[in-house]
Design a protein around this ligand. Structure first.
Ligand code: ZN
Length: 195
């Protein structure tokens, strides 16, 4: 897939929830590890689904990760954590602000392979910043698909459900106390309430 080169580059693995982004990230890390390449993994500190120091895919595979606070200087935090690793992976990239692009460009400029996974759309179906900007900056882009839970077609969107009903366009991203869930949906079956 990749040219033989001594310069760095950026790879983005994007798509909806349940499309296997983290699983694909871990697959690439395993292959780098088999080739004896040093690997560093970062993830935003707001996501603690699998504990504070690992990334995991839904099938239970795990990898050690360093937490980065997306609200603080991400470049400084990454540089402090790095020890000359050739490969840097960033999971859940959509939870970082615009600094993610600066960070990835900087790491790639230094000759590193940078691999980022992240949602490309919000539950509203809109671009999920800063992933669109990172897609423009990247050398390699993969959009993964899930399977629509309604019709079985390839799914590109994340359906948010609150108390079992499609979320309203104006619902905040985090709703305290509400029972919410997510499903992969295709363009036709994805619903956002706007009434
Ligand atoms: Zn569908």
């Amino acid at each position: 897939m990749h040219a033989i080169t001594r310069s760095g580059w950026i790879e983005v693995i994007s798509g909806s929830m349940f499309s296997g982004k983290t699983e694909e990230l871990i697959r690439r890390l395993r292959r780098a590890e088999i080739a004896d390449q040093e690997v560093a993994v970062f993830k935003p500190s707001i996501d603690d689904r699998y504990g504070e120091t690992t990334i995991g895919s839904h099938d239970g595979r795990q990898w050690e990760a360093t937490l980065i606070d997306p609200e603080a200087d991400v470049l400084e935090q990454a540089q402090t954590a790095l020890n000359g690793e050739e490969v840097v992976a960033i999971d859940e990239g959509n939870f970082f602000e615009g600094d993610l692009v600066t960070l990835c460009e900087s790491l790639a400029d230094d000759g590193r392979r940078v691999i980022v996974s992240g949602l490309d759309r919000t539950f509203r179906g809109e671009p999920f910043d800063p992933i669109p900007q990172l897609l423009a900056a990247a050398e390699y882009v993969d959009k993964l698909h899930a399977i629509c839970t309604v019709c079985g077609e390839p799914a590109t969107r994340t359906q948010r459900l609150i108390e079992g009903e499609p979320a309203h366009v104006d619902d905040p991203t985090i709703l305290v106390g509400a029972e919410e869930s997510y499903e992969a949906r295709c363009r036709q079956c994805h619903t956002v309430r706007r009434d």
